[in-house]
Design a protein around this ligand. Structure first.
Ligand code: AMP
Length: 412
């Protein structure tokens, strides 16, 4: 079987890495990156993705990023009779527009924060009067996780309206643990992944501006079985029933005292959540994806290694603001020798060998028999890697430790 993965980031490297371990599977990546080149074949994208898929004779295509989904790549493939995992253009609107998503949640009784959608700065200012502080202000449209401001007072809220408006969602601030709940869907059945937690803020202790994600961990203890069932019943199944959703449905949840509330839907796998998920998954993934594309997920079950997995993102100096590229990267082999898998996100091969080519550069991912040992192994490997300007969070997974180990186990 030939599988094509669309995308060029850390999420796609993790997918290609995992699928390359499936017996009898050859993996292609379009356009891929230098990391994927070591476990699959990277194909330059000259025309359409459909042309790439036909060119390599792909039996199945898996879409990583949201942009091609929003542009309708799934409809195009299906129109040509090709198997693909992803949502239709129509369903991709669940991610493309926050206003659309909030209206969808409301219409289908899916629990979500109280909100107002506004079209002008004037409407926004009026709407602010209806909320307590802090209040959450979100730009409509794709913002790669960066178009959200949590405003502590009226002045900060007005500044956010100026910066992000005029089309905005203004919503109630929710208190609780944030969980990434991802499921593979085939239009009818919903196959949940193990729960993960992302770390969106750039600095330790969840401070500083939002990023695309500075690290994630996967540990089944993030949700109890009862909580998982409740998310399936109140969020995932109603959404799939309403839309015949196909592909990866990712619910960003806050587990409040009143149960799970949806912050947002993404219509693809999370980045960096995919890195610890693929690392921890023991099940042969290719047949599962094939069944999903054919609408035959049926009774497939996913299986996970005991313990936990952790991904620490190494970013370029200045990210999530402006940053330089072209810094030489050293130490990946040593990091892998220390027991981690290093997924490439923003890298290229340049004059000096492997160089930085993006804001998020690498995702250093490791497993352990428990969360503490997975964290230790990941950071040991991080210590082997260097590039000019490199920065990363030093507390990925710590919020999990705080929950599972009495008193946080003295972690700092
Ligand atoms: P979003 O792009 O909607 O996922 O928002 C980005 C981040 O802002 C989330 O990961 C949360 O940490 C935070 N956030 C968004 N909406 C809320 C809310 N209603 N209450 C609390 N935090 C929120």
């Amino acid at each position: 079987m030939r599988i094509l993965v669309i995308g060029s980031g850390g999420r796609e490297h993790a997918l290609v890495w995992k699928l390359s371990q499936s017996p009898g599977v050859r993996v292609y990546a379009a356009p891929g990156n230098p990391g994927m080149a070591s476990c699959g074949t990277c194909i330059e994208v000259k025309g359409s993705y459909l042309e790439v898929a036909e060119g390599v004779g792909a039996d199945l295509t898996v879409v990583g990023p949201e942009a091609p989904l929003v542009a309708g790549v799934v409809d195009e493939f299906r129109g040509a009779g090709k198997w693909i995992v992803g949502p239709t253009k129509e369903n991709a609107r669940l991610e493309g527009s926050k206003i659309f998503a909030k209206q969808f949640f409301k219409q289908h009784g899916i629990p979500t924060a109280e909100f107002v959608a506004v079209e002008t700065h004037e409407e926004a200012r009026r709407a602010l009067g209806r909320f307590r502080f802090p209040v959450v202000i979100k730009a409509d449209g794709l913002a790669a996780g960066k178009g959200v401001v949590i405003a502590e007072d009226r002045a900060a809220a007005e500044r956010a309206v100026e910066a992000l408006g005029p089309r905005l969602v203004i919503e109630e601030y929710l208190e609780g643990e944030e969980v990434s709940f991802i499921a593979l869907c085939d239009g009818r059945d919903v196959l949940p992944f193990a729960p993960t937690q992302d770390h969106k803020r750039v600095n330790d202790g969840d401070t500083g501006p939002n990023t695309g994600g500075m690290g994630a961990y996967c540990d089944s203890r993030i949700l109890t079985e009862a909580e998982t069932e409740r998310v399936l019943d109140t969020v995932m199944r109603p959404a799939v029933e309403a839309t015949a959703f196909t592909g990866f449905l990712y619910a960003g949840l806050i587990m409040t005292a009143d149960g799970p509330q949806v912050l947002e839907f993404n219509v693809r796998l999370g980045d960096p959540e995919t890195q610890p998920l693929m690392h921890r998954m023991t099940k042969d993934f290719a047949p599962v994806l094939e069944s999903a594309a054919r609408g035959e997920l049926g009774r497939h079950r996913l299986e996970w290694r005991r313990g936990a997995s952790v991904c620490v993102v190494l970013a370029s100096g200045g990210y999530p603001g402006s940053y330089a590229t072209g810094a030489a990267i050293r130490g990946i082999e040593e990091a892998e020798a220390a027991g981690a898998t290093v997924f490439h996100a923003g890298t290229r091969v340049g004059a000096r060998g492997l160089e930085t080519a993006g804001g998020r550069v690498l995702g250093v991912t490791a497993a352990g028999q428990d969360l503490r040992s997975a964290i230790q192994r990941a950071y040991e490997a991080v210590g082997k890697i260097e590039f000019v300007g490199m920065h990363y969070r030093r507390d990925i997974g710590r919020k999990g430790l705080r929950r599972y180990e009495v008193g946080g186990g003295g972690v700092r």
